[in-house]
Design a binder for this molecule. Structure first.
Ligand code: SF4
Length: 178
């Protein structure tokens, strides 16, 4: 593993993973690709928190283009699905494919995501989407580490308090606000 691209969904989910990578000699580039988030103010608020945390560690952060209309295409017909259902798998695939494409085009050999740290998400779905996304591009391997084990779940919650992160009460899309 030489160059890691870390897709980040929000600062609360990034905290312990970034800290663990730093402690293990890995300096990832953060990739913020979250066209699922609406309204746009909410998207910006989460982005700003990610920028604040990346700066703390001296990490580069790349913002992907925001296109909620395109994201709605991947959720079409799945609006009524519950969280952890079929819509969420498509949502992960949409964002992680963009991350894998960026990784492949910019010389990264490894891709991971902070989505894997949240107990509200299906780890199985996150890994299936990540494996699939990496299979669509060349030269990028999916890092399927369990980012909830080894005390990382507890550390995640501590860092949220220490950093006073904005901790959103809904996942991101309009369908998760119901
Ligand atoms: S609930 Fe969250 S993971 Fe599921 S589709 Fe909406 S934004 Fe994506």
């Amino acid at each position: 593993m030489e160059k890691v691209l870390l897709h980040a969904c929000c600062a609360p989910c990034s905290g312990a993973i970034v800290e663990w990578m730093e402690q293990n000699g890995i300096k990832p580039v953060i990739f913020y690709s979250n066209s699922n988030i609406t309204p746009h103010d909410e998207y910006i608020h989460r982005l700003e928190e990610c920028i604040r945390y990346a700066r703390k560690w001296g990490l580069e952060i790349v913002e992907d283009s925001y296109d909620h209309e395109a994201w709605l295409g991947c959720a079409a017909g799945l609006e009524a699905e519950p969280e952890r259902g079929a819509r969420c798998l498509e949502c992960f695939k949409h964002r992680l494919l963009r991350a894998a494409q960026y990784a492949s085009e910019n010389g990264f050999d490894t891709l991971a995501t902070t989505l894997a740290s949240s107990r509200w998400k299906s780890l199985e779905q996150v890994n299936a989407a990540g494996e699939w996304a990496c299979s669509q591009v060349t030269g990028v391997t999916w890092w399927a580490k369990n980012w909830r084990s080894g005390g990382l779940q507890e550390r995640r919650n501590q860092i949220i308090k220490e950093e006073n992160f904005y901790n959103q009460l809904f996942c991101g899309c309009e369908f998760s606000r119901r």
